[in-house]
Design a protein around this ligand. Structure first.
Ligand SMILES: [Zn+2]
Length: 143
């Protein structure tokens, strides 16, 4: 999964709870386990460097990953129950989904600015984002 991909690249990884770890922050190269790694409500990886407050972009960049690698292929909406078949989504659900896909686009744009290119996974995720934005339009189309 996306966690394995990141954790396998970090030093002195230690679990601290369900989907929570500490490790050495690769961005500033100290030996202390000052980087906390956890799972956000939507399944993305959250990073916090308690020592130097390194930016997540620097942290993932220093282990050869990019920000889109922190996002799951299928972002989960954990606080929503599945709707009965044929029932439409709540408008807020659709707007929230749109916002998250727009964030992916924003992160990819930032990555291109900083790194000059996107890795194939990020490009794939961008394609998923544009498909989901299209799907959102279809959700609000009149019958
Ligand atoms: Zn750091």
């Amino acid at each position: 999964m996306i966690f394995d991909n990141l954790l396998s690249r970090l030093d002195r990884v230690k679990p601290t709870g369900p989907n929570q770890w500490v490790a050495c922050c690769p961005a500033h190269g100290s030996k202390g386990q000052k980087l906390s790694i956890s799972e956000g409500d939507d399944g993305r990886i959250l990073l916090k460097c308690w020592s130097h407050n390194c930016h997540p972009t620097e942290i993932v960049g220093s282990v050869g990953l990019t920000m889109p690698d922190l996002f799951p292929e299928n972002i989960r909406y954990s606080n929503q129950k599945p709707l009965p078949k044929g029932q439409r989504f709540m408008p807020r659900t659709i707007l929230t989904a749109l916002y998250q896909e727009i964030m992916i686009v924003q992160i990819c744009a930032d990555t291109i600015l900083k790194m000059g290119s996107l890795n194939p996974n990020a490009i794939k995720r961008l394609t998923v984002a544009s498909q989901r934005i299209l799907n959102a339009i279809e959700e609000v189309t009149y019958d």
